[in-house]
Ligand binder design. Structure first.
Ligand SMILES: Cc1cc2nc3c(=O)[nH]c(=O)nc-3n(C[C@H](O)[C@H](O)[C@H](O)COP(=O)(O)O)c2cc1C
Length: 82
């Protein structure tokens, strides 16, 4: 299970750490690491996004990343937007 996160002040990281306590196979992955990538492939069965609310929306960096992320057709996807 991969947990993609973006965090300005650390709250998303705190949430990722809390999720890791309960989801033992969770791998935290910073979205910023993929800024220069044109395409990202993830074949995980479960994918999570953890990011802050910016202007009652998701941050641009997160939206841009979801557009270039290719996932398995039947992947279970969830998001914690706070
Ligand atoms: C540019 C900006 C815009 C924000 N817009 C909202 C908002 O529309 N609604 C809200 O409840 N919080 C908003 N916040 C607060 C953040 O969503 C909140 O502090 C979040 O927990 C920060 O997560 P982080 O520490 O992972 O960056 C905003 C913060 C920033 C910096």
């Amino acid at each position: 299970m991969n947990l993609y996160y973006s965090s300005g002040t650390g709250n998303s990281i705190a949430i990722v750490r809390e999720l890791q306590k309960h989801l033992k196979d969770a791998v935290p992955l910073p979205i910023a690491r993929h800024l220069g990538d044109d395409e990202v492939r993830d074949d995980s069965e479960v994918i999570g996004f953890i990011a802050p609310t910016y202007y009652m929306d998701i941050p641009d960096i997160v939206r841009d990343f979801t557009k270039k992320l290719s996932m398995k057709k039947n992947a279970f996807v969830f998001a914690v937007i706070h």
